[in-house]
Write a protein that binds this ligand. Structure first.
Ligand code: NAG
Ligand code: NAG
Ligand code: NAG
Ligand code: NAG
Ligand code: NAG
Ligand code: NAG
Ligand code: NAG
Length: 914
């Protein structure tokens, strides 16, 4: 951060020097620089090209070199990012720098250095930047002679003038800390992203009596904040986010550190309670962050009454129990704040009316997030001013009522992200929103909006990338023909009352990737031009009034990943789409399809879920089904499939839900249908078709998110593994904008890897129930009813502790029922009825008084059976959990950090020591 200032200054100074010609640099310094250049592998020749050994070449004019303008001695050397990126870890000889006696600033960041050999013997060195290398220890620094130390009458021994040390993103271990603690002149220390883990060792840092800035981001440090940190009264910036700090946040920290301007405590595991009254006298405080703590801290802002001496710029506090004893009121000290730029108070259980005063008082507000609270009342905007700096506004998941102010588009003209979803808003969407020309994402879903999509919005909000209007009562045509949303990528209009055809208005959105107009009243057919929306990845038109036939142009959508056209009337045929190779989710249930199992799916090697329920498909289930290695969910219920269950299904090791019920299948149950292994899999990037639930946590070196896939069947929990190096790049302050995106290695762990539900009912299956079913340790429902199975119920099944629904009704099973223990103690007669030869509780006893064929089962249970079947179906839809992952994660995080870090970092730059 501080480096930025210096380098900007440096670049400027450099230009001045180059213009003036300078007075020439010292011969030995020039030679030293040439020696340094030679040490770098410069075969690409991209860097340091102006460093040339010509006659009288003035090294003060060389790139990345800044000389003192009176002595012409080299003062700053910016060798960051100089090494050829294809060279691996290497060691630079520290003695190369020896002649540069006046050097004050040395930047060696981003150079793959694993070490500096020897001592960096630079007496005057003030700033040393070593971030993003492979260092395991700090380099040896110039040591004062005892004579010098005496003159200075201090106990400084190392790097006596060093003020700024940036070691972020290296591989330091705990044993490096004592070395750092000896550099007592330090004013700013950055040790982000290492594997420093023991908070006790941080105690050494308390000895740095001059320290003004301390950054220990992302180290996994556990244990409490060292109590001596309350003694670091010179601190102006303290950033300990994303560690594992536990215990209470010491109130003395807030109380004593009166110079604090910037404090970030987010992403730890603090416990207990905290009163912000401790901050009252920190008159310099500008930035306060306490987000995403692992546990819900109790935070009190009202008791005792206090008045802040500060004017904050940023206040963020999330996932807390805020003001428990005061009904969750919004912190009242905020009423005295007039210069806020950013406020985030998500998930705090806040109640009361929406704080309209926050907008009235803070004309410079840039972002406001009050997501997931219980704020009520109407939303107003100041009528006489425009909040021109506001770019992010998210008040989703509250209980805000009334209509949106009609002038919203004029008062918040520069909004980029607007989220009012999950409230109780009514009325029309204000046409003034057409004035929000920078609007990138608009989410008004889950409210009670009525009327049509305003013409102005569709015509003028040309920056819109994501438009979500799901779950309202909007009517009319889904998107006007003249709409001009040319940057639109995701359009969610589901669960409204749109009528008419699929509007050609979407053709103006040529980048469209996700279209969801499910649960409306669209009619007509799927137009032929749908194949022109080349980038379409998700197309969801569930439950409309669409008729067939499906245009064959749909096969041109070669990136299609999710196609859900269920509950329409699109049959009888599916076009033969040979190129659906990226397709992962294909759902065509209840679509009046006839014919055989679609042959082209044999090429759809990416398929994960296939839902063809409730059609009239017939013939055999093809053997090649076993080649769809990614298949996890196969739903074929309610067709006319016949023949046997292909044993090739056993090849599908990741299968987690299989429903073959209500077909005409017969033959034996393949005995392989037993426990399935835990699987890891990586999926190709998929767009933004994911609803993020608000929950996330960090644990070990993982970030765990819960997501809700847009599709109702698919809920996901995602585990992201971030290795250390990647973390560095992704959070790095200096590279926020240049992030390239291939750095995170995203992996997902399946949360429920084993079969959860197995439904083979209503077929003609014969033979024994495989004893191996007892391996289905996670199975929650097992339905084998209405088949012709014979033999006993394997007693081992009582080991299925997760089983809550079980039926073998209406088979020809015989023998003694499993003991009424574990889950089997809960299954009643209905689970077994229709098997005259079964006996034992809860049926009749086995001692001779077996039920004859004349006694029940009566078949008078159809209604009950139906509702039971429905319940079964629901229970398994509910527990249907699969884990997926996509690049969307990266996008989200990037955004998250963009506003969270970038703004704050930017705010903080001016206050770094010069
Ligand atoms: C070196 O770092 C400065 C900021 O400290 C930056 O402005 C400059 O672009 C960097 N140079 C390279 C080549 O990365
Ligand atoms: C050169 O030095 C003078 C006096 O020390 C100072 O005022 C001036 O800002 C310096 N110029 C540059 C470019 O550093
Ligand atoms: C470090 O420098 C010494 C003497 O200059 C040399 O002998 C040694 O090989 C160097 N070590 C490495 C790892 O370069
Ligand atoms: C804080 O400093 C005071 C006086 O300088 C000292 O007595 C006390 O022990 C220190 N506390 C800790 C926890 O280091
Ligand atoms: C099947 O789709 C029709 C509309 O085509 C709908 O009315 C019906 O409820 C759907 N059936 C099921 C079981 O979803
Ligand atoms: C499938 O896609 C490939 C390349 O995109 C193309 O060459 C081929 O003709 C397509 N096949 C069909 C049947 O559309
Ligand atoms: C069906 O059950 C109901 C109530 O349990 C009973 O009144 C009725 O007589 C039964 N019908 C047959 C056909 O068994």
């Amino acid at each position: 951060m501080k480096c930025l200032i210096w380098c900007m200054w440096g670049t400027w100074a450099l230009l001045v020097l180059m213009g003036s010609g300078g007075t020439g640099c010292l011969e030995e310094e020039r030679n030293a620089l040439l020696g340094i250049k030679a040490a770098f592998n410069n075969s690409g020749g991209f860097t340091l090209s102006s460093w040339r050994d010509g006659n009288g070449s003035n090294c003060c004019g060389w790139e990345r070199v800044v000389c003192d303008n009176t002595t012409s001695r080299v003062a700053c050397l910016y060798l960051n990012n100089t090494q050829n990126p294809f060279v691996g870890a290497w060691v630079i000889n520290a003695s190369l720098f020896l002649p540069l006696e006046e050097l004050q600033v040395l930047d060696l960041s981003d150079n793959h250095l694993s070490d500096l050999n020897g001592t960096l013997h630079l007496k005057k060195l003030k700033r040393l930047y070593l971030s993003h290398n492979y260092l395991q220890q700090i380099p040896a620094l110039y040591k004062q002679t005892s004579m010098e130390a005496q003159n200075l009458s201090s106990n400084q021994v190392e790097g006596p003038n060093l003020e700024v040390l940036d070691l972020s993103g290296n591989y330091l271990a705990n044993d490096a800390l004592p070395d750092i603690a000896r550099i007592t002149s330090l004013k700013a220390l950055d040790i982000d992203f290492h594997e420093l883990s023991a908070s006790k060792l941080l105690e050494g840092l308390c000895e740095l009596r001059n320290l003004e800035e301390l950054h220990i981001i992302g180290n996994g440090v556990s244990g409490p904040l060292p109590s001596c940190s309350c003694n670091m009264t010179t601190l102006r910036a303290l950033d300990v986010q994303y560690n594992n700090f536990s215990g209470a946040i010491p109130s003395c920290l807030l109380n004593n550190l009166k110079s604090l301007e910037y404090i970030v405590l987010s992403g730890n595991a603090f416990e207990g309670s905290l009163s912000l009254a401790s901050l009252a006298n920190n008159s310099n405080l500008e930035v306060f962050h306490l987000l995403n703590n692992r546990y819900r801290l109790e935070v009190n802002t009202e008791d005792p009454t206090w008045f802040p001496s500060f004017q904050l710029k940023v206040f963020s506090l999330s996932n807390c129990v805020l003001n428990k004893d005061a009904n969750g009121v919004i912190p009242s000290f905020l009423k005295g704040q007039y210069d806020l730029r950013g406020v985030q108070l998500n998930h705090n259980g806040m109640t009361g009316n929406f704080p309209n005063w926050l907008l009235d008082n803070n004309v410079n507000l840039e972002w406001l997030e009050l997501m997931s609270n219980e704020l009520s009342g109407a939303f107003h905007l100041p009528s006489n001013l425009s909040l021109a700096n506001m770019w992010l506004f998210d008040v989703s998941a509250n209980i805000i009522e009334g209509e949106l102010p009609s002038s919203i588009g004029f008062i918040l003209p520069n909004l980029q992200y607007l989220n009012f979803s999950n409230n109780l808003l009514r009325g029309g969407i204000p046409p003034s929103m057409g004035n929000m020309q920078l609007l990138h994402s608009l989410d008004l879903s889950n409210n009670g909006f009525i009327g049509e999509i305003p013409e102005t919005l569709a015509k003028d909000c040309t920056s819109l990338n994501t438009l979500k209007l799901s779950h309202n009562n909007l009517q009319g045509q889904m998107l006007p023909r003249y709409s001009n949303l040319r940057n639109l990528r995701s359009l969610y209009l589901d669960n409204n009352c749109f009528r008419g055809d699929i509007s050609p208005g979407i053709l103006n959105s040529s980048s469209l990737m996700v279209l969801d107009v499910s649960h409306n009243f669209l009619s007509g057919t799927l137009p032929n031009w749908i194949g022109d929306i080349q980038n379409l990845q998700g197309l969801m038109l569930v439950s409309n009034l669409l008729g067939g036939p499906l245009p064959s142009s749909i096969c041109n959508l070669k990136y299609l990943d999710l196609l859900d056209l269920s509950n329409n009337n699109l049959g009888p045929n599916i076009p033969h789409c040979a190129n659906f190779t990226f397709m992962r989710f294909l759902h065509l249930s209840n679509d009046t399809l006839v014919g055989h199992f679609p042959e082209f799916l044999s090429e759809a090697s990416s398929i994960v879920t296939l839902d063809l329920r409730q059609n009239a498909l017939s013939g055999e289930i093809p053997r090649w089904i076993g080649s769809l290695q990614n298949l996890r969910v196969l739903l074929l219920q309610g067709n006319n499939f016949e023949g046997s269950i292909p044993p090739n299904l056993c090849l599908l090791k990741d299968m987690s839900i299989l429903d073959l019920s209500n077909n005409n299948l017969y033959g034996k149950i393949p005995s392989c249908l037993n426990g399935l292994p835990f699987g890891y899999f990586e999926l190709p990037p998929f767009s933004s078709d994911v609803d993020w639930t608000d929950y996330w946590e960090t644990r070990d070196n993982r970030i765990i998110f819960e997501l809700m896939y847009r599709h109702p069947y698919i809920k996901m929990r995602m585990i992201i593994y971030i290795s250390r190096l990647e973390e560095v790049n992704f959070i790095t302050k200096r590279r926020l904008e240049s992030y390239k995106g291939n750095i995170l290695s995203l992996m997902s762990g399946m949360d429920l890897s084993e079969l959860l539900a197995l439904n083979l009912s209503h077929n003609h299956l014969i033979g024994l129930i495989p004893g191996t079913f007892s391996n289905l340790q996670n199975v929650e429902s097992l339905d084998l009813s209405y088949n012709s199975l014979t033999g006993p119920i394997p007693p081992q099944l009582t080991n299925l502790y997760a089983l809550s629904i079980f039926s073998v009704a209406h088979n020809n099973l015989s023998g003694k029922l499993p003991d009424r223990k574990n889950q089997f103690g809960t299954f009643e007669e209905a689970s077994y009825r229709g098997n005259p030869l079964l006996c034992g509780p809860p049926l009749t006893s086995c001692d001779g008084s077996n039920q004859g064929p004349g006694t029940p089962p009566s078949f008078n249970h159809t209604r009950e059976d139906d509702s039971w079947r429905e319940a079964f179906w629901w229970s398994f839809a509910g527990s249907y959990v699969v884990a997926f992952v996509g690049m969307v994660l990266f996008l989200y995080l990037n955004l998250y950090y963009q506003y969270m870090l970038f703004n704050l970092v930017r705010k903080f730059i001016p206050s770094f020591p010069q």
